[in-house]
Design a protein around this ligand. Structure first.
Ligand code: COA
Length: 254
């Protein structure tokens, strides 16, 4: 287990597991081991009847800057035919059987935005920014975002987010239906955990049925993830994508 992801069970919020991004010096960029830690935490939460909701949180001013660029480059150079580690995480998330909530304060880039499409409720601070620069990085949408985002926000806004790489403020994200509520930065954690604990306290059978009905067909979501990933993995290895990762990392190494 890595301390770049913290797994917490806050005493004041019974029945809630928190998965917290804890790599603030790298804007909570997510590496393969971090994905694996989150998969293990989700599986443990699913297996434990005492855990009835999971909350994703980041650090002050940053939820996540998305997939780690060095990890992207390592995958691109590896020649592997295995799917990227994010895939197992995203499929575990899409099939997770208990309520998922997220609290975003600040940057939510790439998968830092798209993972919220799998959360049942997202709270964000007014200073948050949602952005998916997939195409700018010579990549394509992932996490079944190409299916879920148009459904939630319509073609134009989904196109602006996923293809044009436009940033969405918290208020624009709320208005588009990408998130539920905007609060002040200092209130994100308390409000997210309050919601998670309230869900955890509800009658478990009814909650599961209601949630399944609202979420709809999981198989369709998994199939779109697979379809996206064929293109994503091949684009990751493209010369144009590698050049972008290298340029970003060289900028960091200066
Ligand atoms: N992968 C790896 N490292 C990352 C990262 C990422 N996705 N995002 C940020 N970092 C690192 C930076 O390299 C830097 O490290 P350093 O201090 O060792 O140089 C540190 O986090 C701080 O980032 P910095 O770029 O200096 O902060 P900023 O506030 O100027 O900009 C971002 C923040 C998120 C806008 C910018 O870092 C960025 O564009 N990151 C890439 C986001 C992205 O494209 N993610 C993939 C989406 S598919």
């Amino acid at each position: 287990m890595s301390d770049l992801i913290l797994i917490e069970q806050p005493e004041r919020f019974a029945g809630v597991t928190v998965i917290r991004f804890n790599r603030p010096d790298k804007k909570n960029a997510i590496t393969s081991p971090m994905y694996r830690t989150m998969v293990a935490a989700l599986k443990a939460a699913s297996d434990d009847p005492a855990i009835r909701a999971v909350a994703f949180l980041g650090s002050e001013g940053c939820f996540s800057a998305g997939n780690d660029m060095a990890d992207f480059l390592a995958y691109a150079m590896s020649g592997t035919t295995e799917p990227p580690a994010a895939v197992d995480f995203l499929k575990t998330l899409a099939t997770f059987d208990k309520p998922l909530v997220s609290g975003v304060d600040g940057l939510a880039i790439g998968i830092g935005t798209t993972l919220n499409l799998h959360c049942d409720l997202t709270i964000a601070s007014s200073r948050s920014l949602f952005r998916t620069p997939f195409v700018d990085l010579a990549l394509v949408p992932e996490a079944a975002s190409s299916l879920l985002a148009p459904r939630i926000m319509g073609h134009q806004r989904a196109f602006a987010l996923l293809v044009a790489g436009e940033g969405f403020s918290a208020e624009a994200a709320r208005e588009a239906g990408l998130i539920w509520k905007v609060v002040e930065a200092g209130e994100v954690e308390a409000e997210t955990l309050r919601l998670a604990a309230a869900l955890a306290a509800k009658p478990v059978g009814a909650l599961k049925i209601a949630r399944d009905l609202v979420r709809g067909n999981t198989q369709e979501v998994l199939a779109r993830m697979d379809e996206e990933m064929v293109h994503f993995a091949s684009q990751l290895k493209s010369a144009e994508a590698r050049a972008g990762f290298e340029a970003f990392l060289q900028r960091s190494n200066r």
